[in-house]
Design a protein around this ligand. Structure first.
Ligand SMILES: [Zn+2]
Ligand SMILES: [Zn+2]
Length: 436
């Protein structure tokens, strides 16, 4: 985007239009009014900048309260039951995590607890905390802290992956005994739909604008016109995008350790130590991928001996027993996604390190995909959790989690951290450098 005289004229009307910087390439753009349901995309990298949604905080609150009630039900009732010799054995989700913990698999138990119980619960609680006072005509206390926390919680709640995991577990359990889907499985399904609908009606951008209050009106338009011959980016204009609330602001010159005027987070032009951290997490994931693929993730003991299952043999089992579609889903989620993620992150970190200016748009898209699909690799962890909890029939048959599962869980978490550490604006910084 280049600024000619018409742009300067528009800048003089800055009270009507708002300047924003793309969170993926740092290009400065003017916010424009959208039709309802419209989406504004970055003209340089194609990132979704914002969506126009009818401001319906009361609808978001209603959906979230409904999700809270169903989430409580989902956690009080069994997810799956198994008929064994005339008795029904069943487990709640928390019970399943506890049995992993009791087996000494505390790392996986913790991962399951955090991603399916703690984070969704915090997410629901935070939204209700923010919206209920507004509905009652008041105002929430310290909304900026809660909104910041909410942003960091969101990627770690994985109810939709849990649902798929429960489905795969049901299919696997059918081969062992007669399966009874519990009340909780339906409740979790409803929670998944309600949370998705609530997330659409309650987007952080609108909530900052309404709840963030007086500190929204930072004048950031000056300084942009000075660089009329080059691409106008936030960095070039000395404008910082807050990594916690997305507010664009201009800290006072020579300010040491400037902080966001709206949410008080410390400001950085780019994510601090982005490449170093991406490399470190990706390397660790690369190394742990080997034991994750080779060591057993599950050990089944029966009267006739013990049988170990790796990720691949689990896929083969699904395939040979006729569950082809599930075999393909598990193969993609557990084998293809982690491998592609590690390769993509390596490529992104490496090309950015070399300041490559090649195909920046495509590389930004790779980053976007990696960030989006990573969570689905948790699938196998949830399947193991349910199987371990239910198949405990003393010496007749029992399933335990194997060391491969710990390595696999670590790979999923490390690649998620790597993707969160990577700053796609570094890709575009190299493009700028090339152009000069
Ligand atoms: Zn962009
Ligand atoms: Zn902020």
């Amino acid at each position: 985007m280049r600024y000619g005289s018409s742009a300067r004229q528009r800048m003089s009307k800055m009270n009507e239009a708002k300047l924003i910087a793309c969170h993926e390439c740092d290009l400065l753009q003017w916010e424009t009014a959208l039709t309802d349901g419209g989406t504004a995309r970055c003209q340089r990298c194609g990132a979704t900048l914002y969506r126009s949604l009818p401001a319906t905080f009361d609808r978001a609150l209603a959906l979230t309260v409904a999700a809270a009630i169903l989430f409580a039900i989902a956690n009080c009732f069994p997810v799956v039951g198994l008929w064994v010799n005339g008795t029904l054995v069943n487990t709640t989700l928390f019970g399943a995590a506890s049995s992993l913990y009791a087996d000494g698999m505390w790392a996986i138990a913790g991962l399951v607890f955090v991603t399916t119980i703690l984070m969704p619960a915090l997410n629901i609680a935070a939204v209700i905390y923010l919206l209920l006072p507004l509905q009652l005509g008041g105002f929430p206390q310290k909304p900026e802290i809660v909104l910041r926390v909410l942003r960091h919680i969101a990627p770690w709640g994985m109810i939709e992956v849990l649902m798929l995991g429960l489905l795969v577990a049901l299919v696997k359990l059918q081969h062992i005994a007669s399966v009874v889907p519990g009340v909780a499985i339906w409740a979790f399904g409803a929670v998944m739909v309600l949370l998705a609908a609530a997330a659409v009606t309650f987007n952080p951008r609108d909530s900052w604008a309404r709840i963030g209050g007086v500190r929204n009106n930072t004048d950031v338009s000056y300084g942009v016109a000075a660089s009329s011959s080059t691409t106008a980016t936030g960095a070039r204009a000395g404008l910082f995008t807050c990594h916690h609330c997305d507010l664009l602001s201009k800290p006072p010159a020579h300010a040491h350790g400037a902080s966001c005027p709206r949410c008080n987070a410390s400001l950085h032009l780019r994510k601090p130590d982005s490449l170093k951290r991406t490399w470190a997490f990706t390397f660790a994931a690369m190394i742990l991928y080997i034991p994750a693929a080779l060591l057993p993730i599950m050990v089944t003991s029966t009267l006739f001996g013990a049988q170990s299952d790796t990720i691949i043999s689990g896929v083969v089992y699904l395939w040979t027993t006729g569950s082809w579609s599930l075999a393909v889903i598990v193969f993609i989620a557990s084998v293809v996604v982690p491998m592609l993620k590690i390769l993509s992150l390596t490529y992104l970190a490496w090309s950015t390190q070399l300041r490559s200016a090649l195909i920046p748009r495509e590389r930004t898209r790779i980053y976007r995909i990696v960030e989006f699909v990573g969570r689905w690799s948790m699938l196998d962890i949830y399947v193991i959790t349910i199987l371990v909890a239910l198949v405990q029939f003393g010496s007749v048959a029992s399933i335990e989690a194997g060391p491969g599962a710990i390595a696999f869980g670590a790979v999923v978490v490390l690649t998620m951290f790597a993707a969160l550490s990577f700053d796609p604006r570094l890709i575009w910084d190299a493009v700028e450098l090339e152009r000069e």
